[in-house]
Design a protein around this ligand. Structure first.
Ligand SMILES: [Fe+2]
Ligand SMILES: [Fe+2]
Length: 477
């Protein structure tokens, strides 16, 4: 019996796909790949995605356009997921110390500093979605096809997954650019974008697969130190943002009011959650180096959930044929927290409020009201909102509570911080920032019209404001 194999004659059993379907035998017999090369490319991707995650997060608060605020929240979360994926793969490749905090190339650092410093929304969109994301996707594609399909199969999988998720991100960006970026925007960004290309060339492309070419250009937008903008901005559809003339919680917990009307208050409470990403972004920014990656990853997930809750409110109103643009969506919570408290205090407030949502009167109650209302969408949204809040309470117990002696102490700290910021109700009125106009009767009347029912007199007469409500009733996200 001969052990000799004629070239090209090797067959798998009955022609089954060889190698678990990873590749052909010939492809797997190629030998130009190494752990070193794999780790080098992953680390470069890791650096760029981590910086991009930071930039997306930082822009949430100051980006006025609501749709973009939500997209930034989503894209930040998706970047965080890819960063986590890469970190875990790198840690499998006999790398400790992992060196994941090292800047892989000064060209990439300059590139990401410039993107972070984007002067306008148009510059941000162009640099991120027309320059950076195509480069990331190409690097993933090269990694997917060049990594050894058998020996480095886990990396191939990571590259495929990143490419898959970030393709949607790039597509969204292209659509956003088509909607928002003018020809003038392009002209004025041209030189700057050229400099960004040079950064990439100097680094030998994002993944060092090309020879490094030219010098790293001098800083342009990033020549000034970056300053995070903690004042939440909203677009022109958001009217009267200081208005606290309607207290939805007091209505919701009043047993005499019907469930159907309460769904409107719940949709309001949901859409008002735009302010949670606006506030959480500041925590992530301020604690960037003070907390490990896992903190940022979990908090990014929570931030994204809160953005989704806001969008559930938007969908709820539209599904009821109601124009939310006529309702004042208050922003004083994120505004006051971002400008009056430090990051640990803000986290305390967030945890205190979210912990308060867990008892029977909180999220379960909202879900029950949704179910009882006959508005199936309200029931569905509250069902998932409740599930998300349980997760958020767990995230708080993991990352906030252990800093204090006990759960009680952690809660008391959050309570104290929360009490510090509230009760500017009268002040806003006196300064003419709002009239605290009662927007409820008009909204309710419109809804009744759409439902084809006569408004209930007691519901119509609801007129409770936030003026003298207790601090912990002022906001239940
Ligand atoms: Fe929420
Ligand atoms: Fe939450």
């Amino acid at each position: 019996m001969s052990h000799h194999l004629q070239p090209g004659s090797y067959q798998s059993y009955k022609g089954l796909p060889a190698l678990a379907g990873l590749s052909t035998i010939d492809e797997a017999a190629a030998s130009q790949w190494s752990v070193e090369e794999s780790v080098k490319r992953l680390k470069r991707l890791h650096y760029v995605l981590k910086r991009l995650h930071e930039t997306f997060t930082e822009r949430i608060t100051s980006e006025p356009i609501y749709e973009l605020k939500m997209a930034l929240s989503h894209h930040a979360y998706l970047c965080a997921e890819q960063v986590t994926l890469i970190r875990s793969r790198v840690s499998e490749m006999r790398e400790p110390p992992l060196g994941l905090d090292k800047v892989p190339h000064p060209g990439l650092e300059r590139l990401m500093d410039e993107v972070r410093a984007s002067r306008t929304t148009a510059n941000l969109l162009l640099s991120v979605y027309e320059l950076l994301l195509p480069a990331i996707l190409s690097a993933c594609d090269r990694l997917r096809t060049q990594a050894h399909p058998l020996a480095d199969a886990p990396t191939v999988r990571v590259a495929r997954l990143i490419h898959f998720e970030l393709s949607d991100v790039q597509q969204y960006g292209q659509q956003a650019i088509a909607c928002l970026v003018t020809q003038e925007d392009r002209v004025s960004a041209e030189q700057w974008l050229c400099a960004l290309e040079k950064c990439m060339k100097a680094a030998g492309q994002l993944d060092a697969t090309e020879p490094a070419e030219g010098e790293v250009p001098a800083p342009l937008e990033s020549s000034q130190p970056y300053v995070y903008q903690g004042q939440p901005q909203r677009d022109e559809r958001f009217q009267d943002p200081f208005n606290a003339g309607v207290n939805p919680e007091a209505f919701l917990y009043d047993e005499s009011f019907p469930a159907r009307a309460k769904t409107l208050m719940m949709y309001y409470k949901r859409i008002r959650e735009i302010d949670v990403p606006e506030m959480m972004a500041s925590i992530l920014h301020d604690l960037r180096d003070a907390e490990p990656w896992e903190f940022h990853a979990e908090m990014s997930r929570q931030l994204w959930d809160e953005a989704r809750h806001a969008m559930m409110g938007e969908v709820g109103f539209v599904s009821q044929g109601l124009d939310w643009r006529n309702i004042p969506i208050n922003f004083t919570w994120s505004r006051n927290l971002n400008t009056q408290l430090d990051a640990r205090e803000r986290h305390g407030v967030l945890f205190f409020i979210e912990q308060g949502l867990m008892p029977r009167s909180g999220k379960r109650y909202e879900w029950e009201v949704g179910l009882a209302s006959g508005d199936a969408l309200s029931g569905l949204f509250q069902d998932f909102d409740w599930a998300d809040e349980v997760l958020h309470a767990q995230i708080g117990r993991r990352w906030y509570v252990p800093r204090y002696k006990s759960l009680q102490e952690a809660l008391a700290y959050g309570d104290r911080c929360w009490t510090k910021v509230v009760s500017h109700w009268r002040d806003y009125l006196d300064r003419g920032l709002t009239q605290h106009q009662n927007w409820w009767p008009e909204l309710y009347r419109h809804a009744c019209q759409n439902w084809g029912v006569t408004p209930d007199a007691a519901v119509l007469a609801y007129n409770k404001t936030y003026e003298d409500s207790r601090a912990d009733l002022q906001k239940l996200t």
